[in-house]
Design a protein around this ligand. Sequence first.
Ligand code: PGA
Length: 254
Amino acid sequence: MKATRRPLVAGNWKMHLDEAEAAALAEATAAIASQAPAVDVAILPSFHLLRRVLDRTSGTSCAVGAQNLHHEDRGAFTGEVSGASLARMGLRFVLTGHSERRTLFGESDRTVRLKVAAARRHGLVPILCVGETESERDGGRTLGVVERQLREAFEGLAAPRGDELVVAYEPVWAIGTGRTPTPPQVEEVHRSIREILRLLAGTSGERIRILYGGSVTADNAGSLLTLPEVDGGLVGGASLDPRKFAAIVAAKAA
Ligand code: PGA
């Protein structure tokens, strides 16, 4: 039987908003979520906005997640926030392995693995980002890179049930650039990720959602997010504009 997976569209707000902007956007996004009951909608604000965003979305179908976590539960880790603390706040998701964390903050595959495990330990759903750089794609290494990132993140991990982990395929060269892979290129990588998930997680691998991310817009969502094995989107820039984000959610709901 073919697994049914609920679509998910998540907005990665990065370090963009102040408190007032975040409150207004949280309310607008919750309204978008309420109009799309067939799609799970989530927003991922910076740490300092989480309490306010949780308050503004409380009682709505809009889920909230963090953009990062530390893998230890407590200790001398100046400037870090533990998965334990995030879980206690009532968050559902946490990003792990985003390319900005990997490239700008030096996160290795091992760090990502520890973060995925910590998120799971505390009942948070990690959104595990994988994807190739432009030179890796040009060198024909896309599928190999994605496979390595997935295998490293899953090493030693108890196979997650389908709803306990989300994978996001985000080609590094497509993030914030306005460039996207072609639909056949997206489809090829998503099919390959699905195969690897079946190997790593058994039957649950069929139920893990795989999102596409990287310059998703209101204009390309209809062609990219509706491809086979694309269960939704991880949206950066366009998640800051309720009109654009609503169109992306609607494209996935259609
Ligand atoms: P973008 O960002 O939609 O602005 O390209 C996506 C992401 O970084 O998750």
